[in-house]
Structure formats: structure tokens, C-alpha cells
Design a protein around this ligand. Structure first.
Ligand SMILES: [Zn+2]
Length: 313
């Protein structure tokens, strides 16, 4: 897919949408109908959420890991005015996969619509609108030294590595899920191919208690894989044999994109979720020697890394 490039164009440009595009869907937790509009934004603007039902600055939330407040079941942004937007991670993962740097996400409710529980419908939406290059280089966060976060038997770390890749392991007592491990290259094209379609999942026996807590009211077999004992309740079954661990990678990609730019490095995670992803970013940015800003070049996501030719440069 990479075209021939001259030596002169060694940076990759930032991207935004060609024009606005809209969709409606259901809020996973509220169960209410949500209208979402994606709008182009200027270079270096970043990704910003705007609540159409809350005027002024009180309705504006930057897509920033520092603004994540509630990580029980989804990643939720909140600002000083107390405005919230939940279930942002699958959209953020899609925006990573679409290589979108600058965007305004307008919503008329406190949740991003869940769509089918994966990132694929958002990628489709962005692809329908099309993207354009902007007059600013695309930046990334390059990992320079390992950084880790552990909590009980949950462990996550980021280490230097070519491009962006992840190893993820989950281990559920549930027979339908069990132990699943994956090692996957996460450059945008690889993310689209191997991860974007993996859906969120839940357990039938948890549905009643989640709903009593005001959560998962919009959850259904249309937007989640639902597991009951050793059975998958969805009529069409799974999209991948290991869809569960792939979805955990999807969540990680979306949560990491809240760093403000793509991360370049290798992630290793075991039995982690949104809270740990967020805690790792806090640890990373508290360690200035562990990372640096860099500009993305056409070779950044090339695989495998051309070590031999680098040596003769
Ligand atoms: Zn998810």
C-alpha cells in the first residue's frame, strides 16, 4: 500500500476528515439513542469531544488520558464542570486505525454509541467521509525505556520496539473464554485487519446486577458477545476464535490513543483492563526519560524493520 516516496518527503502529514459525517446508535450503559457527528479540525487541534446538549466550555472534553475518570467498564472522560462522556475507547481505537490526528466528536448524550461493540463501524464511518492530509507533521510518542504497572495479578508494560505491537494474555475461569494469548503488530493497517472487528463481551449472569447499577442497559446480542457458562449466546458465534483477547487489545489501542498521539513501542499485558491502561500512561508521562516526541516517517510502521539497510545508512 505504501507508494514510492522521494528522499525529501520523510515525514507523514497529520490527517483529519474530508467533511462532516454523522451516525446514530445506542448508548451501551444508558440504553438511550445517541446522535454522533464527526467534524474536521485544524492541524495540531487533536481529538476533542463536544456535548451538543451542554453549551460553552462546560461541554468540551479533550481526548486525554488525564481526563479519564471512571474505568469500571469503559473509559469515561470528565471535565472540571462535571460533564462526562463514556465508552470512548472503541471510537478512539478506530481513530488510531484511521490515522486521524484532528477531529471534533459531537454528541447529544453522555456516551459514544456502542454500534456493534467493536471499532469496525467507526472505521467504516471515517472511510465513508474520507480523510485529508494537513500541513503539519504527524507526531508520535516513542518509548525509550521500559515502563510497567502492576496491580495484583494484572501486569502491563511498554518497552522500546519498532512500530507498535502488543502481546496480550487473558485467563478466565469461564470455559468459553479460558486462556487466550496473542502477539500482534498494531500498525494502523494491522490493527484494521486483525483487531478492529473484535467485539466487547459480557457474561449473562452479570447482566442483571450491571443494569441495577445503571450500566449495560443498552447491551444486547447486537453489540456484545454474551457468554453463558460454556456457551456463546450470539447466533452467529464469534468473529475470531480468540475474539475476547483481540477485543482486549482493541481496548488497549483505544486507551493508549488518549496519550495524544500514536505510541511507538511494544506493549505486554496480562489480565489488564481500562484502569491499568490508564495507570500505565500516567506512569509513562511521570517518567520523562522513558519517552520522547518523534515525527512519524513513511518507514515507521514498515515491518519487519530493515536492520541491515539501517546499518549501511
Ligand atoms: Zn471494549
Amino acid at each position: 500500500m505504501l507508494g514510492k516516496r522521494t528522499q525529501k518527503s520523510r515525514t507523514v502529514a497529520q490527517r483529519t476528515l474530508k467533511g462532516p459525517i454523522a451516525c446514530t446508535g445506542t448508548g451501551l450503559h444508558s440504553g438511550r439513542k445517541v446522535a454522533m457527528q464527526l467534524l474536521p479540525a485544524a492541524p495540531n487541534h487533536g481529538i476533542v469531544f463536544r456535548r451538543r446538549d451542554i453549551p460553552g466550555d462546560a461541554g468540551v472534553l479533550k481526548a486525554d488520558f488525564r481526563a479519564v475518570r471512571d474505568t469500571r467498564l469503559c473509559s469515561m472522560l470528565a471535565n472540571d464542570a462535571g460533564t462526562k462522556i463514556g465508552t470512548i475507547e472503541h471510537l478512539m481505537a478506530a481513530l488510531y486505525g484511521a490515522e486521524i490526528d484532528n477531529l471534533i466528536v459531537e454528541l447529544d448524550a453522555d456516551e459514544v454509541p456502542v454500534m456493534d461493540g467493536s471499532a469496525a463501524p467507526f472505521l467504516f464511518l471515517v472511510d465513508c467521509a474520507g480523510t485529508i492530509e494537513q500541513a503539519a507533521p504527524r507526531r508520535a510518542i516513542e518509548i525509550l525505556a521500559p515502563i510497567a504497572y502492576s496491580e495484583g495479578d494484572a501486569h502491563i508494560e511498554l518497552a522500546p520496539g519498532a512500530g507498535f505491537s502488543a502481546e496480550f494474555e487473558i485467563d478466565f475461569a469461564n470455559e468459553a473464554i479460558g486462556r487466550q494469548a496473542i502477539h500482534v503488530a498494531l500498525e494502523p493497517a494491522g490493527f484494521r485487519q486483525d483487531i478492529a472487528r473484535a467485539r466487547t463481551f459480557g457474561f449473562e449472569h452479570e447482566v442483571a446486577s450491571l443494569r441495577a447499577m445503571g450500566l449495560a442497559r443498552g447491551g444486547s446480542l447486537d453489540n456484545a458477545v454474551v457468554v453463558s457458562g460454556e456457551r456463546i449466546l450470539n447466533e452467529d458465534g464469534l468473529r475470531f476464535d480468540d475474539e475476547f483477547v483481540r477485543h482486549k487489545v482493541l481496548d488497549l489501542v483505544g486507551d493508549f490513543y488518549l496519550a495524544g498521539a500514536p505510541i511507538l513501542g511494544h506493549a505486554r499485558a496480562r489480565r489488564t483492563g481500562h484502569r491499568h491502561n490508564n495507570a500505565l500512561l500516567h506512569a509513562l508521562f511521570a517518567a520523562p526519560a522513558a519517552w520522547r516526541w518523534t515525527e512519524i516517517s513513511p518507514d515507521t510502521y514498515a515491518r519487519p524493520p530493515a536492520r541491515a539497510s539501517l546499518a549501511s545508512d
